[in-house]
Design a protein around this ligand. Structure first.
Ligand SMILES: O=C(O)CCC(=O)C(=O)O
Ligand SMILES: [Fe+2]
Length: 313
């Protein structure tokens, strides 16, 4: 019998009544958001605004996307580091992913769809955009709660205006006999926030404060919200970026979706949390410049703490 109490991934309900700023549900939810992020760098959001048909369409079209020939998928490139196709890695052979830049817009989804299917694929394009709009709404709610909970609700508009969304489609093959089941090695994201949504096969694991790994089960109404490195710096380390990985234990091909946010502008460190015992540890920085810095140092110095090296005081 273990005496230690097992930690759980906090679950926060984002149902209709909590979504109205100013209500008591809102105030208690925003405290929960701040507590969960400060403790673990992540939480599970229960959010029921994704229509079942849209959920099914976006995962069905994900399958179609990955069936395209590799050379077509590799057309998904970008000037931005980390914004394009990933796959064919020796260290994680099960993993492959593609990303749509500006996925909440007609332009962004059209550009990506035309690149993959020159003859068009309306079902893919429409489901990608509609899905992104729904998840962006969840993202904005989390952002508003986060800023209000630190007493800086007046900064919300600025950060929403400079938010750049990236929707990533991810696929993991089932490991063959004798093959490693590592889908994605432990890492933190380079984002401000990441919102992960698993299809019907589990595999995501997040590491809680006590070091324990937990595996949130997939559900059409469950989204795992995680702090990325940029949010950690913004919060002056009050919020740790969330360490996570993918382990393929179930049978079948795994699909998941990640809505990642980056700030196309200067991130000003939250000075409100600093005092004599908590000095400010970072200088304000441009998120895209951080990405460039990481990209140019990744090969030569993979174990570097990029955020500290880039904008640490
Ligand atoms: O597939 C998942 O659930 C996790 C994906 C992930 O961690 C990433 O793309 O950074
Ligand atoms: Fe990740």
């Amino acid at each position: 019998m273990g005496l230690e109490s097992e930690m759980k991934l906090p679950v926060i309900n984002f149902s209709e009544e909590n979504l109205k700023p100013g209500t008591s549900g809102w105030a208690s939810a925003f405290k929960d958001v701040r507590r969960a992020l400060e403790e673990h760098g992540c939480f599970e959001a229960k959010f029921d605004k994704l229509p079942g048909q849209l959920h099914d369409a976006v995962f069905a079209t994900a399958e179609e996307l990955f069936q395209l020939p590799t050379e077509v998928k590799m057309r998904n490139t970008s000037d931005m580091p980390f914004f394009g196709y990933f796959g064919q890695y020796k260290t994680v052979p099960l993993y492959e992913s593609l990303a749509i830049d500006h996925p909440t817009s007609l332009d962004g989804t059209q550009r990506f769809t035309n690149l993959m299917w020159p003859a068009g694929n309306d079902r893919f394009r429409e489901s990608a955009q509609r899905y992104s709009e729904v998840v962006a709404e969840l993202h904005r709610t989390v952002m508003r709660m986060l800023f209000e909970s630190y007493g800086v609700g007046n900064c919300y508009d600025y950060y929403i205006k400079i938010t750049r969304y990236l929707l990533r489609y991810l696929r993991y093959s089932e490991p063959k006999m004798g093959e490693s089941n590592a889908g994605l090695l432990p890492h933190t994201d380079k984002t401000f926030l990441s919102i992960l949504h698993q299809g019907d096969i589990s595999g995501l694991q997040v590491q809680l404060k006590d070091g324990q790994w937990v595996a949130p089960p997939p559900s059409p109404t469950s989204f795992v919200v995680m702090a990325g490195d940029a949010l950690m710096a913004w919060s002056n380390d009050r919020i740790p970026s969330c360490n996570h990985q993918v382990i393929m234990k179930e049978k079948g091909i795994r699909y998941s979706l990640g809505m990642f946010t980056f700030m196309d502008g200067i991130i000003h460190i939250l000075e409100e949390v600093g005092d004599e015992t908590h000095p400010i540890k970072y200088k304000s920085f441009h998120h895209f410049e951080l990405l460039q810095f990481m990209n140019s140092n990744l090969k030569t110095n993979p174990n570097m703490c990029f955020i500290k090296a880039f904008c640490g005081v």
